[in-house]
Design a binder for this molecule. Structure first.
Ligand code: COA
Ligand code: AMP
Length: 659
């Protein structure tokens, strides 16, 4: 057993709270009470309302402003001098503290800049920024004037940015000269320019935060005869008239965040203002046990949902101090990077992905770096983004002087579905499990026909009984139909999570994997379908399959299996290199696509379906049975030979490419 084992009979308190949060008789009261943690312009009297089958709205009669709740009210309460944001760039050595008062000033002025550039309530703004405080400023500035931000992660390629521009149709893009990755600067402006050229042309203004250490500024791009104004952030902010927060309906959209689905087209998850603010404020107190003045550090990126919820909104909504960290867990400069930040800023809660912990473990298995730092401020390490494997759990739990909590959630939900809600009760932790459903979530396991799986321990589809609690997605941007078909039609009355898993005897949930083609690489969600679309762009490729295979560091990695068109004469190493480059160009470095296996034929069923599960089992070295419907069993032998080193089989073999 680890050093920190949460044992107690606190399940009674937890169960009572959970029951109140979901029972039809008590649910409304429960969440209206939770809504009191937020300052409303018009306080809601109605908790939730069903608009169309499966589609619900929280606090439909409430009006508020999220930026006011994250900033103004803390200043009005006399906490203006408290640090709101700590910016620590391990990449550039910059360290800055920003008080609530300063942040309010910057956000109000930048909201003024947006307004002066024609942005109004409901207009979309793409935020393409690295991990710098301006990302927080830009997001809150949008929220202040009711504009809908859509943050795009810096590790995506220009074409991914273009897809998002085409879908969200923003009039303004807020960006910077670039981001810093170990050993290289990622220049954003050429990517922005290329993305705009590839898209339909809604953008009228690009506002650029100049980072001196990275080439490129607004001035370099201004003056082209393309109808786009390129403006310098600092100049605009300095002369702007501050904008006051506007009153928004609870259900007005706060942001769109694109995430991978089963197809190449990302889904624009839409979040509301009211439900989101209530849910996040509730989660800070009840899941993370953090509040006013506590230092909360989500070591993620503002481009992901974890960054939206727990770098930006939740900590500021409750008056905590948030850390925005530009760096990695290792190599910037060493495996003590996280411990340094915790000591330096007295971090109370650290939230990151298991892959970050595995990265530290790989470099510093004995935790020598940890000995140099004082981690006494740390009360909890929360992990999400992928399954926390028991081995990593035990290592972290034994080595750190605080509880380690696995919690499960998705971009769609915006906050945890299952967790050990430490603000309610310290429940016993079971390695491999994300503990219990969080209040608000009625989680069930369904078989493929939608019948509850009653056998304890048997895996099935994890679904959530509707309505979803506050803070969950309103829908998919621009397509009600896609929302229903992606989440609601598989199991009527339930939201299909796309994850599979089971409950144990004690009601602990084990999330085991996806039921669709979504994979998780270093906590980054990718669609194998979109990677396949890219591979088939290569003129020599006849067919391909991309699968998520086991990776000891990243949890999963994308592996591509391709066959060549008849008559294609290309050296296999060259093809592999070109395919890797193609994915980097079309999806971005974040796909971390390196493995290409060239086969004579893909293993398939007689009806032509690629045997993905069997291929994955072979690659991962797991036992497998030859499916009775297989077209040609020898394709499996050829695959095994190719991926496991014995490349006697002609030219086949896995090519690992270092870009
Ligand atoms: N902008 C541009 N490129 C980026 C980027 C960004 N914001 N983030 C990552 N990349 C690039 C990396 O530089 C790397 O490029 P390379 O192929 O040229 O080396 C590539 O994308 C893959 O990045 P990543 O998957 O992060 O791998 P890594 O080897 O650089 O780092 C970890 C591995 C585990 C250290 C890293 O993934 C990590 O710190 N993860 C923390 C967890 C996390 O942030 N999860 C997000 C959801 S909670
Ligand atoms: P994202 O939308 O990028 O946050 O990815 C969500 C997906 O990541 C989920 O559907 C799960 O497949 C996976 N995931 C996130 N957290 C966990 C966890 N704690 N345990 C298991 N899987 C997780």
């Amino acid at each position: 057993m680890g050093r920190f084992t949460m044992t107690s009979d606190n399940t009674v308190g937890y169960h009572e709270t959970w029951q109140r949060s979901i029972d039809t008789d008590t649910r409304a009261g429960f969440w209206l009470e939770a809504a009191q943690a937020v300052d409303w312009i018009t306080p809601p009297r109605v908790a939730l309302q069903e608009r169309s089958p499966g589609t619900w709205r929280w606090f439909p009669d409430g009006e508020l402003n999220t930026s006011y709740n994250a900033l103004d009210r803390h200043v009005l309460a006399g906490r203006g001098e408290q640090t709101a944001v700590i910016y620590d760039s391990a990449m550039s050595g910059t360290r800055i503290r920003i008080s609530y008062l300063e942040l309010l000033g910057r956000v109000s002025r930048f909201a003024g800049v947006l307004r002066e550039n024609g942005v109004g309530t409901g207009d979309r703004v793409i935020v393409y920024l690295p991990m710098i405080p301006e990302a927080i400023v830009a997001m809150l500035a949008c929220a202040r004037i009711g504009a809908v931000h859509s943050v795009v992660f810096g590790g995506f390629a220009a074409s991914e940015l273009a897809v998002r521009i085409d879908d969200a149709r923003p009039t303004v893009i807020v960006t910077a000269s670039g981001g810093l990755e170990p050993g290289r600067a990622v220049e954003y402006l050429p990517l922005v320019q290329r993305a705009m050229a590839q898209s339909a042309g809604s953008v009228r203004t690009v506002i650029v935060r100049d980072r001196e250490m990275i080439p490129g500024s607004a001035a370099d791009y201004a003056g082209a005869d393309d109808g786009v104004a390129w403006l310098d952030w600092a100049i605009e902010e300095a002369k702007a008239t501050p904008a006051d927060p506007v009153a928004l309906r609870s259900e007005d959209p706060l942001y769109i965040l694109y995430t991978s689905g089963t197809t190449g087209n990302p889904k624009g998850i839409v979040r509301d203002n009211g439900g989101h603010a209530v849910a996040l404020a509730w989660s800070m107190r009840n899941i993370y046990a953090a509040g006013i003045g506590d230092v909360f550090w989500a070591a993620s990126d503002v481009g992901w949902v974890v960054g939206h919820s727990y770098i930006v909104y939740a900590p500021l909504l409750v008056g905590a101090t948030t850390v925005i960290y530009e760096g990695k867990p290792i190599g910037t400069p060493d495996a003590g990077a996280f411990w340094r930040v915790i000591e330096e800023y007295k971090v109370k809660v650290l939230f990151t992905a298991p892959t970050a912990i595995r990265a530290i473990r790989r470099v510093d298995p004995e935790l020598r770096e940890l000995e140099k730092y004082d981690l006494s401020s740390l009360h909890g390490l929360f992990l999400a983004g992928e399954r926390l494997d028991p081995e990593t759990y035990h290592w972290a739990n034994d080595g750190l002087h605080c509880p380690v909590v696995d919690h499960w959630w998705q971009t769609e939900t915006g906050w945890a579905i299952c967790a050990n809600p430490r603000g309610i009760a310290e429940l016993e932790t079971k390695p491999g499990s994300a503990t219990f459903p969080v209040p608000g979530y009625d989680v069930v396991i369904l078989d493929s026909k939608g019948k509850p799986v009653t056998r304890v321990g048997k895996d099935g589809n994890i679904a959530i009984r509707l309505p979803l609690p506050p803070g969950n997605l309103l829908g998919i941007w621009g397509s009600e139909e896609r929302f229903a078909s992606a989440y609601l039609t598989a199991f009527p009355g339930f939201y299909a999570t796309g994850d599979s898993g089971h409950f144990d005897d004690d009601g602990y949930l084990y999330v085991m994997g996806r039921t669709d083609d979504v994979i998780n690489v270093a906590g980054h969600r990718l669609s194998t379908g979109s990677l396949e679309e890219v591979l088939t762009l290569h003129p020599a490729v006849a067919e391909c399959a991309v699968l998520g295979v086991h990776d000891p560091l990243k949890g999963q990695r994308a592996a591509g299996f391709v066959t060549l068109k008849a008559g294609a004469s290309i050296d296999h190493d060259t093809l592999a290199t070109e395919l890797v480059a193609l994915v980097r160009e079309h999806v971005g470095p974040v796909a971390a696509f390196r493995d290409v296996t060239i086969l004579d034929r893909l293993p398939k069923t007689r009806s032509g379906k690629i045997l993905r599960k069997t291929i994955r089992q072979i690659v991962d070295g797991e036992p497998y049975t030859v499916p009775p419907t297989i077209e040609d069993p020898s394709t499996l032998d050829a695959l095994a030979l190719a991926v496991h080193g014995a490349t006697a089989h002609g030219a086949a073999g896995t090519h690992q490419v270092t870009p």
